[in-house]
Design a binder for this molecule. Sequence first.
Ligand code: CA
Length: 228
Amino acid sequence: MARILVVEDEPDIQQLLRYNLERDGHQVAVAGTGDDGLHELRRNAYDLVLLDLMLPDRDGLEVCKIIRGDTTLSAVPVIMVTAKGEESDVVLGLGIGADDYVTKPFRIKELLARIRVRLARNGDERESERRRIQVEGLVIDPVRHRVTIDGQVSALTLTEFKLLYALAAKAGVAFGRYDLLDRIGDGETVVTDRTIDVHVRNLRRKIQPYDRLVETVRGVGYRFSEEG
Ligand code: CA
């Protein structure tokens, strides 16, 4: 269930959207003008905005621009709702930060599906933000399986990624080689404990200049530096 704000001036469409969104399990608020919509967005938290392009006071593009320019609002996904023939405005809308658009008359099923996609994507982003590990310029994102070095994506193999994440998720803890193999193994490749050393060597090469964060623990194995 999500909280959705519908900014729309036509009563028929307001009703249609409210009915279907509520039936889909969402909580719905409706604003009839751009200013009311912005006011409502600043007063309450919403997970998504359905924004009509033609509104009585400001047009939807302007409202979208204001949302994106306001740091307290800018994270909320915006789906523009436009009439046929306004496609050039739609392109403009996407340029100023709308996430998606639907064209009236829309099929409600399609609209609901797009809303679900958008909400799921936003959920993933929040999740990846929550689980991200950052040490100086090294950022490990376990949701996207991605590592960036000073903003540049590093081409780690899945095994190297798992190895780095296993270590970094428990910074300061020393892992034995077999323990690490357990955590990264696909269960098929024949490995020896020295396999880990090869992976670590490759990993260190790919995360330079942060390779020093992966420390060798003599007689045990490896650990991720606690100091960062
Ligand atoms: Ca309208």
